[in-house]
Design a protein around this ligand. Structure first.
Ligand code: DC
Length: 227
């Protein structure tokens, strides 16, 4: 019997979720859904509108009215391609702050559930296996040593022409993880039935192979095994 498959990948910043989720989705022929990009889009809009990042009622309105579309690695907000704009360093922190607001989360989670209801998908974020798709066929918690995560994020930033120090990037990542882990609503945590995968010291190809094996063990020919 055919059944849609959701592969949920959660974990802290810089663990390699986006790279691996994109590669896995392409190998499996599934949709790739980057939920962090959705929170970043709301944060970008809030900064442009100069809405304070703790103004829950106004941020809720933005989240409800944001027309976000994700398409093979690019993202648009209200018809504008914001793929590059949402990767600016100040957007990461702002996204972490707006994502702590329950009403913003409710609006985003609804969109994410709608997207995942249409086709098999690899969805990555912080609460996919715990809140968005608690019944996902495959749940992975992807982690790595904080210094290694900072090094990866530094490479991303350097590719954008930015030149912060490694210590600055690491501090930024640690603060963001702390906020994402300790917020009251849907904090970053490993679902009890998620598989913990440490990508420290592994290449993207090695992580992809490892996760592909896990997905294949839990599914058959891309279809969820009926138990
Ligand atoms: O994955 P990312 O770095 O693009 O995510 C940006 C922020 O969005 C992150 O600090 C926490 C938040 N986020 C979230 O709360 N829930 C998700 N499912 C995805 C991201």
């Amino acid at each position: 019997m055919d059944k849609r498959v959701i592969v949920a990948i959660d974990g802290p910043a810089g663990a390699g979720k986006s790279t691996i989720a994109r590669r896995l989705a392409s190998r499996l022929g599934y949709l790739y859904i980057d939920t962090g990009a959705m929170y970043r889009a709301v944060a970008l809009w809030a900064l442009r509108e100069e809405i304070p990042l703790d103004d829950a009622p106004r941020l809720e309105q933005l989240a409800l009215h944001a027309v976000i579309s994700l398409d093979a690695g690019s993202i648009s907000l209200n018809g504008e391609d914001v793929t590059t704009a949402i990767r600016a360093p100040e957007i990461a922190g702002a996204a972490s702050r707006v994502s702590a607001i329950p009403a913003v989360r409710r609006a985003m989670v609804r969109q994410q559930q709608r997207l995942g209801a249409t086709a098999s998908a690899v969805m990555e974020g912080r609460d996919i296996g715990t809140v968005v798709f608690p019944g996902a066929a495959v749940k992975i918690y992807l982690d790595a040593d904080p210094r290694v995560r900072a090094q990866r994020r530094l490479l991303d930033l350097q590719a954008r022409g930015e030149s912060p120090s490694l210590d600055e990037v690491e501090l930024d990542i640690r603060q963001r993880d702390e906020r994402d882990r300790t917020r009251a609503d849907s904090p970053l945590m490993q679902a009890p039935d998620a598989i913990y995968f440490d990508s420290t010291g592994l290449s993207a190809a090695e992580v992809e192979q490892g996760l592909l094996r896990i997905v294949r063990e839990r599914t058959s020919n891309g279809k969820e095994i009926q138990r």
